[in-house]
Design a binder for this molecule. Structure first.
Ligand SMILES: [Zn+2]
Length: 440
């Protein structure tokens, strides 16, 4: 059986609703603490350090939980650092701040070990994915060459899936562009050599493709362990600078340890979100990230009560170079559609980059937002009791095709979703991609 995961789906396609040319779908993992509970006996929910304690106390269980998600078909796994905090670690594990900092780095190492084990378990066949890429090489690029177009980077990046901006896509695109730069495209005699070189180069890059690791950056409210990331109440009493100083050590540790990107998640207020988006620019300009909000029950607001679509657009416009996607996590699946529907068909989102250039408008606020969605199971969390209303659980996979129709390109699960749920999400994504390909 072919291994799940990277490269087995994600053909470009053109959905009829909320079109996103060359969109690729990336499957994320599920609720880390949820899956971890399958490997540990100690309680996780209610612990002041939550699942982050287990980096110190049971690293093997952490690796196993990551591995479960990879086997289920996750393209990206998220580090177990949602609740990691240098001060909390120092206080509750009775260690120094330096040791606490290194513990955050260790969380990344555990994810890296899981990826390595996964690669050993499912070694890449040299032919895996080559067919898909050969199709692109054999159709898209020669087609452009035949038109004798001197390639612009946009023209070549588009068929190669740059729209998703995962690091591997950037690497692929840059590699191709470097090759193209070496060739005189007006010289048709070099076309065959160029094609051969492209195929060889692409095959080599494929061998290096692996699941990606996103460093979890939970909100300031998570350190207060009073559930306030779901209300955003601290936004009224905490300055952006206080939050910034709190966030910096963990972000530095995650990057130092080698994450591929950051998962800035469950953010309840625009104050913290905007601060983090700007912090990316100043403190870690080479790092990509997605940004997801915790939302209220009304289907239109983020937790603190601000309008989701407005805040999402504003945050994206502040840093479209580094944000691979903006969206929502850890809300009930039924709330996702009303929250995201229309965000990319708002009048200001309809113009393309080319149209804006032609009209002289360079306002990034009009750019289309790549969307990321990973809701919880629909159960409710009661700070006193724990997870309740299991009977209200809504299988996330039932919603997948609808969200993909609405333009989502990063999709997974949050609290109370297990690796088995990720496998179901993966299946839905695969079948949706097949169906849409047939439509084309
Ligand atoms: Zn969650």
């Amino acid at each position: 059986m072919a291994p799940p995961g990277i490269g087995s789906s994600s053909q470009p396609y053109y959905p009829e609703t909320e079109q996103v040319p060359n969109r690729k779908i990336t499957v994320l993992d599920g609720g880390f603490a949820t899956q971890l509970s399958c490997h540990v006996n100690d309680p996780i929910d209610g612990d002041v350090l939550w699942s982050s304690r287990f980096i110190a106390t049971n690293p093997e269980a952490v690796i196993k939980a990551h591995l479960d998600f990879l086997r289920a078909g996750a393209d990206v796994i998220i580090t177990n650092t949602y609740q990691s905090d240098v001060d909390l670690y120092a206080k509750y594990l009775n260690i120094t701040r330096d040791e606490a900092y290194n513990l955050i780095k260790k969380a990344v190492e555990l994810a890296q070990i899981a990826v390595k084990r996964y690669q050993e378990e499912f070694p890449r066949n040299p032919e895996d994915g080559v067919a898909e890429r050969n199709v692109a090489v054999s159709t898209e690029i020669p087609a452009l060459l035949e038109r004798n177009i001197v390639a612009t980077s946009d023209e070549f990046r588009a068929p190669l899936g740059k729209g998703n901006v995962a690091e591997r896509d950037v690497a692929i695109s840059d590699e191709i562009l470097a090759l193209l730069g070496k060739n005189n495209l007006a010289d048709q005699t070099s076309t065959n050599d160029l094609k051969n070189e492209l195929v060889q180069s692409w095959s080599k890059i494929l061998q290096e493709v692996r699941p990606l690791i996103a460093g979890s950056v939970g909100p300031y409210g998570a350190s207060l362990h009073d559930g306030s990331e779901y209300t955003g109440s601290y936004a009224r009493t905490t300055s952006a600078e206080t939050m910034r100083q709190w966030h910096l050590p963990r972000i530095r540790a995650l990057i130092e340890a080698g994450v591929d990107m950051l998962a800035i998640e469950t953010i309840p207020c625009s104050l913290e979100a905007e601060m983090l988006v700007k912090l990316l620019k100043t403190e870690c300009p080479g790092m990509k990230a997605w940004l997801t909000f915790s939302c209220s029950q009304d289907g239109k607001s983020i937790a603190v009560g601000e309008d989701f679509k407005e805040v999402a657009r504003r945050c994206y416009s502040l840093n479209p170079e580094q944000l691979v996607a903006v969206g929502i996590n850890c809300c009930a699946p039924r709330l996702v559609e009303p929250l995201i529907k229309g965000i990319n068909t708002m009048p200001e989102a309809k113009t393309t980059a080319t149209e804006r250039k032609a009209s002289g408008r360079q306002d990034e606020h009009t750019a289309r937002i790549p969307l990321v969605v990973y809701p919880n199971s629909g159960e409710n969390y009661d700070v006193e009791v724990g997870w309740i209303k299991r009977d209200k659980c809504e299988p996330v996979e039932q919603y997948v095709s609808k969200w993909l129709d609405l333009g989502v390109s990063w999709i997974g699960g949050c609290c109370r979703t297990y690796a088995t749920d990720v496998a179901k999400i993966r299946n839905e994504v695969e079948s949706w991609c097949r169906k849409n390909k047939e439509v084309r």
